[in-house]
Design a protein around this ligand. Sequence first.
Ligand code: LLP
Length: 433
Amino acid sequence: MHDFRIKSGRLHCEGVALEALARERGTPLYVYSQHTITDHFQKLDRALADLPDHLVCYAMKANSNAAVLRLLANLGGGFDIVSAGELYRVVRAGGDPRRCVFAGVGKREEEIRYALEQGIYSFNVESAPEIGRINKVAVALGRRAPIAIRINPNVEAGTHAKITTGTYENKFGIAIEDVAAVYARAARLPGIRIRGVQMHIGSQITSVAPFVKAVKKALPLVKKLQALYNIEFFSIGGGIGIVYDPALESATPGWWRRNPKARTWLTPRRYAENIVPLLAPLGLRVLIEPGRFIVGNAGVLVTQVQYVKSTPEKTFVIVDAGMNDLIRPIFYDSYHQIVPLRKTRGTLVADVVGPICESGDYFAKGRRLAAVREGDYLALLSAGAYGFVMASNYNSRPLAAEVLVNGTRHAVVRERQTQADLVRGESLAEWLK
Ligand code: LLP
């Protein structure tokens, strides 16, 4: 459920009409609903209530805006981080490093040092050489680094190839068969303290089966590690998928019952009902690392139609957001619902494209849309996760602004970039002056 709804013919985010907001703040504009983020966090947190010691570590790569981080920190969340930059953001937003787990296959020495100095909860280690490096840095600092090894369980997540992470085709984690031996070596290192075990099999997973399969496969190993090293936590990663397709309809009464697909969709309840009974007997602290589930449907990208260009072959609706603002459709063939901010009569079939000089710069192809005209506004739904964070300055386009809505209030939580921002840090070579 989310808080983007049509009221009196206008799309609202909570109590704020998006068209008025777009006029005031300009486009392209990312808009996030505080209530939705809170609701999604709490739904997951409550679903895990039967695991008394659990921690929701928000995968902040999904959306790392400071206001979003502060909100989740205030709700008691921890963070799944993948770089020193992400840890810096957490600290700056008032989050607690002791609730941070640090994943990623390429941790640099200085990143490890910074994370140790900040006192993170655990390094989620992705290779044997990484343990050696963490050990070296920890010894130099006179510390013991808390670690968990990321198990690669070799389980298909049934999602897009680019966001599958738990098979031997992928660079992530250590093959499940080899994990015990790597722990044994790690246990002998003076700078290492074994704290837990982790896995993450992929993203946008829409059924519970892959999670169950991976957890079941890992359980014997986890029990062994518990006996050998008295580990305190098991992180089962993130990956809970969201509904991209009928996101808006889901806000209409009765939709849930009418849509047959909805019966198998992954909800926090269904996830917990299947996972908790497997994990509870361990008596370990359980971590989950959801990103998309918390923020995905809590954000939209608002854009303005610049031109409607009709050719004998097709119609192009040309908008002022581009693939530099939201790369998911071209990168993952992903579907984002596109709705007008104001009710219109009639429909048209069009490609919705951006201004960038690439044929791949589109949000939809041959999509039936509300009949929009130049100057109208559209919202690309479900853009709260992996939206702004994957944006670039390609074609020298300033990054969009971000707004957080709370009831009838809103705040610009990131200013739109200026042209001066585009060239910040650039300089002429001495010999060109
Ligand atoms: N934990 C780890 C170690 C991860 O690598 C990820 C995501 C997560 C948790 C969170 O996964 P989530 O709950 O959000 O599915 N850019 C892609 C998604 C990449 C996901 C990368 N890792 C997209 O736009 O679909």
